[in-house]
Design a protein around this ligand. Sequence first.
Ligand SMILES: Cc1cc2nc3c(=O)[nH]c(=O)nc-3n(C[C@H](O)[C@H](O)[C@H](O)COP(=O)(O)OP(=O)(O)OC[C@H]3O[C@@H](n4cnc5c(N)ncnc54)[C@H](O)[C@@H]3O)c2cc1C
Length: 480
Amino acid sequence: MGAQSVLGARFQIVPTHVTPDVIVIGGGVAGFSAATALAEAGAQVLLLEARPGLGGRATAFTDPGTGERVDNGQHILMGCYYDTLKLLARIGASDRVRWQAGLALTMVDERGHESVLKLPPMASPLHLLGGVLAWDALSWFERMSILRVGAALTPRGPGTGVAVVPGGQNFSSASRESVREWLVRHGQAPRLCELFWEPLALAALNQSIDQAAASYFVTILAQMFGPDSTAAALVMPAVPLDELYAEPARAWLEARGHEVRVNAPVKVEVVADRVTGVRVRGEHLAAPWVISTVPWHGLGALFESPPQSLAMTIANATALGSLPIVTVNLWFDRPVMHESLIGLPGRAFQWVFDRRAIIGGASSHLSMISSGAEAIVAMSNDELIALALADVRAALPAARIASVRKGLAVREKRSTFSLAPDAPARPQAETGIAGFLLAGDWIDTGLPATIESAAVSGHRAAALVVQGLPAPSRTSPHHQ
Ligand SMILES: Cc1cc2nc3c(=O)[nH]c(=O)nc-3n(C[C@H](O)[C@H](O)[C@H](O)COP(=O)(O)OP(=O)(O)OC[C@H]3O[C@@H](n4cnc5c(N)ncnc54)[C@H](O)[C@@H]3O)c2cc1C
């Protein structure tokens, strides 16, 4: 008997509006990864999202001024986002991203010097070494320091959450070393840090290299520069973010008889340490399994009265710090850059993206990203727009003579969670409540707060429902 028929026997497909096998809370990457994997395995799924729109922290809105769909913040995927790419393939959305064949980054430093870091077509991690050794932004001495990092990276494989560094230094979440301390320990030249490591770490971790734990950065490096030479490729969404995965996933689920509800804020119902279902605006919805994908700061509010067995998990989640990302969108009266993205190391806005090159359209719309944006998040809209404009005009000569038609600042104050060495522990998927599982980017995947961490967590929770946990008592009619 094949796997599908085994699962088909366990979960009988039934029409919508009947008791589901699994309720998934949250319509972001983790929620749709879990829901679609479960649906594929034969479970009947109900996904509930509190907001009117889908996508969670990776979403888009319509700008009233231009009528354009604007992302809540430019997102980049990478070739090593294996679970994310699996989700996109499952829902038929693989063509909604554009792959950049190898990593090629144009960087403009604080003095206005432009250079290109291009990884040559060599086996990984030789392509990183070859790229940096050929990078004319650095002196020979500065370039040579990369060899020490290249020699140090030995990946244990994607999704393991642990990178192994020869020389006896294995990293786990227990390591207290910061990214900067790790870079110094590996003899990285200050200018290589300023031009490459710091912008890369900020983009990957959304936290200053003085605060973020090295273990996360080393895990990312081990995946990017591991044996898979496509792992470091940039994979850019070619459509507004909600159309990348959330809307296709909703359509995919509904076409297969599953249900997705928006405007559905959930409270989880628990009796004697066993989940019985959820309550949405007074309506009780029964299910033997409930998967929460709400962010760390939303876990406590899922319960009218938090169960004692979740007290520590909720306390840790509530204590986990949040970090902002600020995006300023600028519409110019003419094109001002030729590349899809340019790095602006040392500036408040570290990356500038040309939306015209990424998703098409006629207008010269730049999206400028400030990661780890604690220092500027409290500024007014006008101040943020002026700061972004000053950064882009200092770096791109064409922007100096172009007029700005419109500026729009977007603050995501709780974009990611803290990766500091002393941050509270991240939870596992299983909880002390039978039938209640946790997913979301902040679950202990070993990865920073990324789309990939969310996808890994969703798939992990789905796998536990399908294969692993001792089954709680079935309450749905079609299981009796
Ligand atoms: C500006 C910005 C830029 C980013 N850039 C990148 C990038 O370049 N690359 C990258 O990999 N990652 C990036 N990230 C991080 C990435 O967006 C997140 O890691 C990922 O989207 C998290 O997905 P999730 O499903 O875990 O959580 P979320 O997207 O937060 O989804 C949780 C959902 O649960 C819903 N919810 C909460 N409470 C309830 C309730 N009681 N009932 C029902 N629903 C509820 C929420 O409304 C939300 O839709 C960025 C994030 C931001 C904000």
